[in-house]
Design a protein around this ligand. Structure first.
Ligand SMILES: *[C@@H]1O[C@H](CO)[C@@H](O)[C@H](O)[C@H]1NC(C)=O
Length: 291
């Protein structure tokens, strides 16, 4: 058994190590980017990695990884925050004109993930949403799963089984709410998210700021259904609402403003499609009046 010469060893070492180092730097960069997106880098600036610190070779590597003719910003790419949210929501709209619950809920999970770094108002609105998504998921995967594949199926079954609340009367124990009522509450929260994101995407420079626009959206979509105390808490939370530029950066990190706006408007459009279909289905079954 011969002993490898030092120069051979060194060459081999280089051959194996350099691609590994590049790969690790690349992974580190991608992790840092997604961490930054998740943590909401503005409020925790010490965790931010400025783009300028990226080694030149890695920037070039990344450049070659992206198809040169692709104009779509990263947030609309396959792993982008916005497309991860839009995909399940779009898939929930099945060709029969119904809404598939498991996909709708998967969309909601991504929406919550997307909204959480936006700040306290979203945490406040999404904490409720989170519990509702979990509640419906339990039914979708529970012993009655066969009745919980789509919105129409769920409502029909709950109606037959006498599980539906009477219009205008909230259940005494909200944990015992029917799946249809839980869906209605999520549906209203979806409307608020959609209006808010659409207004953030399309608001003019001199017009009302993002907090005011989303507060208006709250007054339209959710406030009529919330008790006084919750409305006051919401009003306070809107005072610390992030500025439009920061929201756009969170939605579409690294994109130019026009791109970020266009991408966010597309995402809001998908939410509107889902909202519209759900609204029609719930209205046809007289469920919009549930408390
Ligand atoms: C949703 O419905 C409203 C009212 O019916 C309509 O004006 C709007 O264009 C619809 N949106 C989409 C995305 O289809």
């Amino acid at each position: 058994m011969g002993v490898a010469l030092p120069s051979q060893v060194r060459r081999r070492w280089f051959r194996h190590t350099i691609p590994l180092v590049i790969l690790m730097l690349l992974l580190f960069y991608l992790c840092a980017r997604s961490l930054r997106t998740l943590s909401g880098c503005g409020s925790e600036a010490q965790y931010c990695i400025p783009e300028g610190l990226l080694p030149l070779q890695i920037q070039q590597q990344l450049g070659t990884l992206q198809a040169p003719e692709r104009e779509e910003p990263q947030c609309l790419g396959p792993q982008g925050m916005l497309s991860r949210m839009m995909r399940p929501f779009r898939a929930s709209l099945n060709p029969e004109g119904d809404v598939e619950l498991s996909r709708y809920l998967a969309g909601w999970r991504e929406l919550i993930r997307f909204l959480t770094p936006f700040g306290s108002i979203f945490v406040f609105a999404t904490r409720e949403a989170f519990a509702k998504v979990t509640d419906l998921e339990v039914r979708v995967h529970g012993p009655d799963a066969a009745h919980y594949t789509s919105l129409s199926g769920m409502v029909a079954w709950e109606q037959r089984a006498g599980m539906l609340e009477r219009p205008g009367i909230a259940p005494q124990d909200s944990a015992k709410s029917s799946g249809s009522r839980t869906m209605l509450l999520l549906h209203r929260a979806l409307r608020w998210s959609q209006l808010c994101l659409h207004r953030v995407a399309t608001g003019s420079l001199g017009g009302p700021d993002a907090g005011e626009q989303c507060n208006d959206a709250y007054n339209t979509a959710l406030a009529p259904h919330h008790p006084w105390l919750v409305r006051q808490a919401a009003r306070l939370a809107f005072l610390s609402f992030p500025a439009r530029g920061r929201l756009l950066e969170l939605a579409c990190p690294g994109a130019r403003e026009a791109e970020a706006r266009a991408s966010l408007a597309r995402a809001a459009g998908t939410l509107e499609d889902v909202y519209n279909r759900t609204q029609v289905l719930l209205a046809e079954r007289g469920l919009l009046q549930l408390a």
